[in-house]
Design a binder for this molecule. Sequence first.
Ligand code: ATP
Length: 238
Amino acid sequence: MVSPILPLTLENVELRRQGKRVLGPVSYTLDGEGITIVMGPNGAGKTSFLRCMHGLERLSRGRMQWQGDEDRIRARQAFVFQTPILMRRSVLDCIAYPLILDGLSRREARKAAEREAEIVGLKVTLNAPANVLSGGERQKLALARALIRAPEVLFLDEPCANLDLHSTAEIERVLAGARDRGTRIVMSTHNVGQARRLADDILFLSDGRLIETGSRDVFFAGPGTPEARAHINGDLLP
Ligand SMILES: Nc1ncnc2c1ncn2[C@@H]1O[C@H](COP(=O)(O)OP(=O)(O)OP(=O)(O)O)[C@@H](O)[C@H]1O
């Protein structure tokens, strides 16, 4: 059995850009199971927080620690961006690509990619070029490509931001399935309904700081801060 890359610990992590503190100091441990939803107003630092954890940012301060060696840490986690960048190849080859990088034959990789496309409900012709896909289809492709290696940890930054209700429901179904198969998911969303439906626990960021953490039920029953209360009630703050 492959040993886990979790827990991930962040100790007083801080991220500065152009002299401005955009995140932190944040201390947090990611472990256990399920879906963690990251909430907070625009500019609160959600994207920066996810990118930090995934290793895309150089920390200005603090410490971050996964378990195991660098190669395994990179291979066992995936990130789905709000606007996925797609390669100019077929849908099937895009999904198969991570497995080809892993050394699988093209035939095996494409077979696995077909299965994954079916799981995410990608009903387009798999031989179509990826760059002709609609927004919802692009997100499904990005999700299939991220899930094909059965990552231990999956980060998603607002994956349903521009999607209609039907595509959103399909993405939520796929994420719930991935969680049930053991992938630890951390995802940001502005959609309070989505947070209620998907979250096992919630992280609430405001002005770069983690001001609330806790189970979904406790959070929605009575957020402890005026910022979180206003956010879930849809209040406009001055
Ligand atoms: N490349 C950059 N250079 C300078 N400042 C940046 C850069 N990227 C982000 N920021 C700033 O960092 C802060 C946090 O941004 P971030 O995108 O992490 O927030 P967010 O909570 O994801 O916002 P949103 O909900 O609008 O996507 C913002 O004030 C933003 O302007």
